[in-house]
Design a protein. Sequence first.
Length: 185
Amino acid sequence: MQVGFYFDQTRCIGCSACAVACKDWHDIPAGPEKWMKVLYNEEGKFPHIFVSYRINPCFHCIDPVCIPVCPVGAIAKREEDGIVTVDSNKCIGNEECDSKCLKACPYDAPQFGTEIGAKMRKCNYCLDRHLEGKLPTCIESCRTRALDAGSIEELKQKYGSIKETNNFIYSERTKPSVVFNPKEK
């Protein structure tokens, strides 16, 4: 099985409840480290303006490029569900690492905190919740129900198999585990 995300761009209002819930659940301090980002996209000129939002967690790619470039093997993909995890105890930190995982990821998922010696961290699909049969906290916090998660095959059956949306290009190299309902321009 491969887990993934579904994002309905037509329902998202950019409230960032998903990002706040993620920071809260994982005790991520205030600042630039965000495992779930809500990206804003604006196109056109008044009076013809198009605005959309898009989530940007780790998409737990089918072929994650962050894994082979980690110099100490701190990143792994769980065989049973496809969740890409980081062993922070193995990570050598932002002082010693040349951040190849960060540079390799087309979605900017791996992140270092700002403190000296910070270890690389990223969305882990709320692994603790997943192991209890619960949804990631970002899904449960979405008031407009723009998010869902589960087996990527089940998500495709339920929502379709659109792989791209506004301000997102599907990487055939990494194969992110996500399906979209894009907002039409």
